[in-house]
Design a protein around this ligand. Sequence first.
Ligand code: NAG
Ligand code: NAG
Ligand code: NAG
Ligand code: NAG
Length: 249
Amino acid sequence: MDIHQRLCFILVFLICPMLERAESQEVSCGEEICGNVTIPIPFGIHKSCYGSPWFRVTCKGTQDGEKPFISVNGIDLEVLGQLFSPGTILIKNPVTYVNCDRSIVRVNLTGTPFFISTDYNMFGSLGCGNLATIFSNDAEPLGGCIQPICDDETSEAEAGCVNQVFGNFSSTIVNMTPMYPGAKDDSKRCTSAFLFSRLYLRGDDPLAIGNGINIETTHVPTTLSWNSSYCGDAGRRMRTRTRTDQHQQ
Ligand SMILES: *[C@@H]1O[C@H](CO)[C@@H](O)[C@H](O)[C@H]1NC(C)=O
Ligand SMILES: *[C@@H]1O[C@H](CO)[C@@H](O)[C@H](O)[C@H]1NC(C)=O
Ligand SMILES: *[C@@H]1O[C@H](CO)[C@@H](O)[C@H](O)[C@H]1NC(C)=O
Ligand SMILES: *[C@@H]1O[C@H](CO)[C@@H](O)[C@H](O)[C@H]1NC(C)=O
């Protein structure tokens, strides 16, 4: 061997294990990590790990470090991880506001594999003196709750109500009806509504989620379900299928 051959020989031995390691990291579907979150099957970061583009996760740098997101009808939803129920994932879901001076992000899951099931989520609303009602796509009321009357004792920012609603749905509309006309200016006050994961129910104060949900809260943890007939076989076996999908696009 001349010096070049010897160098090549050494390099191959140095580089091959590194490449192998990099590759095996890419394809360990179900164990991919973004920030502090392990990405569960059928979701994936690498294209060999998500069976359909709906389950594609993008790992993005944020000011709080790297976080995983799925993109649903053009809206990025942060993935918080999988908790106890297979077939579900916890996401940060935007809150709906009424009478608040801030923009509303509407997530419409119609036409996607995803839906929100009340098997795993509850309805919550913050504000004072309204009947908060939630409607499904087809204008059918799913349920609601009555916010408390706010007096000087009640902390307005955290006053609210929670209730169980029933159904599986892909988009919702919220309606606020003042319950006590004349009692302060309830109908003009900022109020919010959201579906949030039951896993976050704590004792007597269901709205005290983690650091506490209040009227400033923009996103709540929500359990997202999906129709599994969209995902096929997740993981390595999906490589061929992923390629086919790309050809079709
Ligand atoms: C990961 O968890 C640690 C400890 O809980 C925390 O300090 C850090 O900010 C988290 N990183 C991200 C990206 O969420
Ligand atoms: C909602 O979807 C779940 C599957 O996650 C199913 O078990 C349940 O029966 C559905 N409920 C309704 C009311 O359709
Ligand atoms: C969600 O999208 C579907 C289809 O585009 C539409 O029919 C439905 O009205 C939308 N729902 C809401 C609440 O906007
Ligand atoms: C799941 O999706 C398939 C294919 O789109 C559809 O035929 C089926 O009715 C869906 N199941 C549910 C429970 O929505």
